[in-house]
Every structure is written in C-alpha cells, then in structure tokens.
Design a protein around this ligand. Structure first.
Ligand code: UFG
Length: 334
C-alpha cells in the first residue's frame, strides 16, 4: 500500500524526539511536506529532519490555531509525550497534564480547523500485566502506571471524538523501540537514560561502569525480563502505512507494533558484547517496580490488514545500528 505522499502536508508534534525524528525522515523520503512542532523539553534540535520547525507547545492553543491556519495540514502525527514509567509514578500530574490534557486541547483546535487524520503513539503499557502472550489488540487494557493510563485515556478520547467529530485515528501501541537509522545521524538519546539498549551501549563505550540487571529471578528461562524489541525504522514505516489507511477511509486503526520475538535482558547484553567487542560488566539488582516478566507483541493484525513487514527483525542488526549511532553521537561530543 506504500505510495507517494508528495501531495501531503503533515504536522509532526514531538518530531525532535527519537521516534518522531525517524518518522519525519521517512515521511520526507516519501515526499511529504513536514512541519515539526516541538517544545524541545526532551527533543533535540540536532534530530530535526523536517521542512519547517516551530518551537512551541502542543497545549498552546493560540499557537496551534495560528499553525493550522497557516499550513492547511492533511494529517497530524503525535509523538510529544513524556514516557518514563517510573517518573510517571512519582509525578502523575505532569503526565496527565502533558499527555492527556494538552492532547485533548490540541485535538480541539485540530478539529476546529477541520483536520481529522491523527496518528498517535500509544504503548504496550496500556495492557498492564499481560494475562497471555503474545499480546493481541483485544487483550484487556488494564494499565498499571500513570504513563500507561495517560495513553489509554487518549485512546478513549480519540474514540469519543471519532463518534462525535468524525476524527479518523490510529493508535499504534509500541513495544520496545530500539536501534537507529543506518545513516547514524539520528538515534536514541534520553536524559536521563533509562532504556536497556542505550545503557548497555554506554557501558560498552566506557561511559558507565556496569549494567544493573533489574531482577534475575523472574519466571523466565534465564530469570531476567523478556521484551520485544522493534527497530525504530520499522515503527516509522508503520506510521506511513497507518496514514495511508486513514487516507483510504479507515476511521480507527489500533495496532500493536513489535517483532513478535522476545529477548531477555541477559540475551540483549550478550548480543551487545558480540556487536561491540566489549566486556559489559553486570550486577544483579532488585526488580524495578511494575516491570512485567514478559512483554511480547502479536503484530499479526497490522501485518494482515496493512501489509506491515518489519525489515530489521534481528536483534543483532538492531543493536548494530544503535551502536553505530552511539559512536557517531559521541564523536559529535554530545
Ligand atoms: N533493564 C535493566 N537494566 C537497565 C534498564 C532496563 O535490567 O538499566 C530491564 C528492565 O527492567 C526491563 C528491560 O530491561 O526488564 C527493558 O527495559 P526498558 O527500560 O528498556 O524498557 P521497558 O520495557 O521498561 O519500557 C518500554 C518503553 C515504555 C513502555 C514499556 C511498555 O520504554 O515506554 O516498554 O511496558 F511503557
């Protein structure tokens, strides 16, 4: 279903972040005109890939009204969320304000300007502790933390707005986004870093002493948590397919995005040793609160309905691309 997007104007909010910047790059490769709105609270100027950049907040209604008047967008992709589970437990209101309240006020402005195609970054965290794996989209949503709840709330808001306003939307439930574009000019850079693969690579690069393994007695073959790592470019491609589906008239697309293959924390570290040629020392720590033992997606629905096919479904390749970016990024002194 991939097709030229050269007639399209797309607004990407949060386009200066990790997944946003990769999707902007791909949108441009398909020929779309891309405007990025980002408040740079976690996004980085050096990740910007769009045609235009507006520094500002999605909750600033005066600004977003002006932007909608000026550009006449065909669609919006929304990546501008806080996404650290542990932080969301300590600062829930920060998450509800940014991820929910500001998104609702943004949608109001968007609908007022008659823009009704919306692609939203959701998360595996909407499911909570899985009752069965691999997780399919009809698994009950019972999020266990404010981050997951904030995303589930927006999914409900979008569903209500579909009924009331004719909003067409896609909710893409990401599992563990990882890797970097092979150009190695953009990649994953969070401060503070909490994600496993970048932390492992920081240890390989000598910037940290060791990887702390959070929990070594889970009910899994090697005792460590199992996750489904999906390459960021495969995620980006799914956004293009979802956009095309909305253009073709589909009004609600809810899809899991994962590779369907689970790897334990120890397996990730082992592959990273092989890729980097470094030792990567580890210590075993207590489990992190709220971490499910196993999170693996079934992405059969998006494969079947939209023909999505991940290209980077090998963990070694995912880590190789992340490592190449990591070395370039450090060379740039960041
Ligand atoms: N881990 C470690 N040591 C570390 C960092 C992580 O052992 O230093 C472990 C975690 O305990 C977990 C696994 O590595 O078992 C992966 O952890 P990440 O922090 O990389 O990712 P999560 O699975 O916790 O989180 C991801 C997304 C979230 C999303 C969640 C869905 O980053 O946004 O999946 O549950 F909410």
């Amino acid at each position: 279903m991939n097709r030229e997007l050269s007639h399209l104007k797309v607004l990407v909010i949060g386009g200066a972040g990790y997944i946003g910047s990769h999707t902007v790059k791909l949108l441009k490769e398909y020929g779309a005109h891309v405007t990025v709105l980002d408040n740079l609270s976690t996004g980085k100027q050096y990740l910007l890939q769009g045609d235009d950049f507006i520094e500002g907040d999605l909750g600033d209604k005066d600004l977003t009204s002006l932007i909608f008047k000026k550009y006449k967008f065909d669609a919006v992709m929304h990546f501008a969320a806080f996404s650290i589970v542990g932080e969301s437990v300590v600062l829930p209101l920060k998450y509800y304000e940014n991820n929910v309240a500001k998104t609702a006020s943004f949608l109001e402005v968007m609908i007022e300007h008659n823009v009704k195609k919306f692609i939203f970054s959701s998360t595996a965290a909407v499911y909570g502790e899985p009752m069965r794996t691999p997780i399919t989209e009809d698994h009950p949503c019972n999020p266990k933390n404010p981050y997951g709840r904030s995303k589930a709330m927006v999914e409900n808001i979008m569903s209500d707005s579909l009924a009331a306003d004719g909003l067409q939307y896609a909710a893409l439930r990401y599992f563990n986004a990882a890797g970097a574009d092979p150009c190695a000019m953009i990649g994953e850079a969070h401060e503070p870093e909490t994600h496993l693969i970048p932390i492992v690579l920081e240890v390989a690069a000598g910037r940290r002493e060791e990887v702390k393994i959070y929990g070594a007695n889970y009910n899994t073959p090697d005792g460590t948590c199992i996750r489904d790592y999906i390459h960021v470019n495969d995620l980006a491609e799914a956004h293009i397919l979802a956009l095309n589906a909305l253009i073709d008239g589909k009004d609600c697309c809810i899809y899991n995005l994962g590779s369907g293959q689970g790897y334990s924390v120890r397996q990730v570290i082992e592959v990273a040793r092989e890729v980097t040629g470094h030792m990567i020392p580890v210590t075993e720590e207590r489990p992190r609160a709220g971490d499910p033992a196993v999170l693996v997606a079934s992405s059969a629905k998006i494969r079947k309905e939209l023909g999505w096919q991940p290209k980077y479904d090998d963990l070694k390749v995912i880590i190789e691309t992340a490592w190449k970016w990591h070395k370039n990024d450090r060379k740039a002194g960041r």
